[in-house]
Design a protein around this ligand. Structure first.
Ligand code: 5GP
Ligand code: ZN
Length: 138
């Protein structure tokens, strides 16, 4: 996609700190990291989000994510890693080119877990049934 920022980064039209690339996969430093070494892993080809991505594209991305995590823990000395992947603006996706955030973490670096809400009486059973039924049609 000619107007996509991450397509431009993958084609080197816009510079980035690239840590790995092959024919399919591109990995580079997030310009505004949670911690230094926060890596974005993405397919070179443009897919808008996770639902848009063909399944066969997943395996090389997952392999790369696991390698980056190993480097963050074993090489850079981090203690944990968040793997985030945002789909659509409502879920925080700003750049509409599928990418995974591989975020290295240290204990007490300020991580805040999301705040969940409890289900009301019987609501979990209703929701579970809805999802089970919908899954049968996919
Ligand atoms: P999203 O919210 O779409 O999941 O995440 C987009 C990420 O891309 C953000 O964490 C942001 O810091 C990063 N980003 C935005 N523009 C650039 C850029 O020009 N270069 C790099 N390396 N990262 C960028
Ligand atoms: Zn793109």
């Amino acid at each position: 996609m000619s107007d996509c920022l991450f397509c431009k980064i993958a084609s080197k039209a816009i510079p980035a700190e690239v840590v790995y690339e092959d024919d399919e996969v591109f990995a580079f430093l997030d310009i505004n990291p949670v911690n230094p070494g926060h890596v974005l892993v993405m397919p070179k080809k443009h897919y808008e989000d996770f639902m848009d991505m063909p399944e066969e594209v997943c395996l090389p991305l997952v392999r790369m994510i696991k390698r980056v995590m190993s480097v963050q823990i074993d090489g850079l000395g981090y203690e944990g890693v968040n793997l985030f992947q945002n789909n659509k603006p409502a879920a925080g996706q700003v750049i509409p080119h599928l990418h995974f955030h591989v975020i290295p973490r240290k204990t007490s670096d300020g991580y805040v877990h999301w705040h969940g809400h409890e289900y009301g009486n019987g609501e979990a059973a209703i929701m579970g049934a809805k999802i089970r039924e919908s899954l049968k049609n996919l």
